[in-house]
Design a protein around this ligand. Structure first.
Ligand code: HEC
Length: 169
């Protein structure tokens, strides 16, 4: 394939091959140099999980949300390789900050004087799942088990809603 892409004249070919080799070399050196940059947040011990309404709700949550919203993240091999590790680590750090099923301390938003009350957590979860924003598309690409059917999405939304409402009583 490379043969067909390169020009036919010999001096031009040499120039291209040398340029390609130099670029490949530089890329390898840069890739090797960035590997030690530490970013992975690692997994901390579980502090407290919500009181799940059923084992099925927990199972679906583990399947589709736990890699970013718990401290029981499963780190695939590519999450060890920079610069992909920077992206996966960022997702996990931000995800845990937004919602952490391993360190559960949900308190409902206080009533506000705004014309519209802020959305509750069950509403936000339903929005995220129904819109397809959660789990994120790039994650679904790499994780077939996180591609939930419509019935599973519904079960997950309702299960998390029951779990969160039960906690508040
Ligand atoms: C690949 C990592 C990843 C997975 C898997 C994932 N999330 Fe997230 N989630 C994030 C990140 C990062 C944020 C914070 C930034 C944002 O809001 O986009 C977030 C934010 C959220 C928020 C807060 C959004 C808001 O601002 O109101 C909710 C709710 C949420 N996720 C629900 C879920 C649910 C439910 C699942 C499983 C069905 C899930 N997520 C799976 C990465 C993930």
């Amino acid at each position: 394939m490379l043969n067909r892409l390169l020009p036919d004249t010999l001096p031009d070919r040499r120039w291209w091959i040398r340029t390609l080799l130099i670029n490949a070399g530089i890329s390898l050196v840069v890739l090797a140099a960035i590997q030690p940059i530490p970013v992975r947040p690692g997994n901390a011990p579980v502090v407290r999980e919500p009181a799940w309404d059923s084992p099925e709700t927990r199972q679906l949550t583990v399947q589709a949300c736990y890699d970013c919203h718990s401290t029981e993240t499963h780190w695939p091999w590519y999450s060890y390789v920079a610069p992909i590790s920077w992206i996966t680590s960022y997702d996990v750090i931000e995800g845990r900050e937004a919602l952490n099923f391993s360190d559960w301390d949900y308190t409902p938003e206080a009533e506000s004087n705004e014309p519209f009350a802020p959305k509750t957590l069950p509403e936000r979860i339903a929005d995220e799942i129904n819109s397809g924003r959660m789990p994120p598309g790039t994650y679904r690409l790499m994780h077939p088990e996180a591609r939930l059917s419509d019935a599973q999405k519904q079960a997950l939304i309702e299960g998390l809603q029951r779990t969160i409402e039960e906690e508040q009583k």
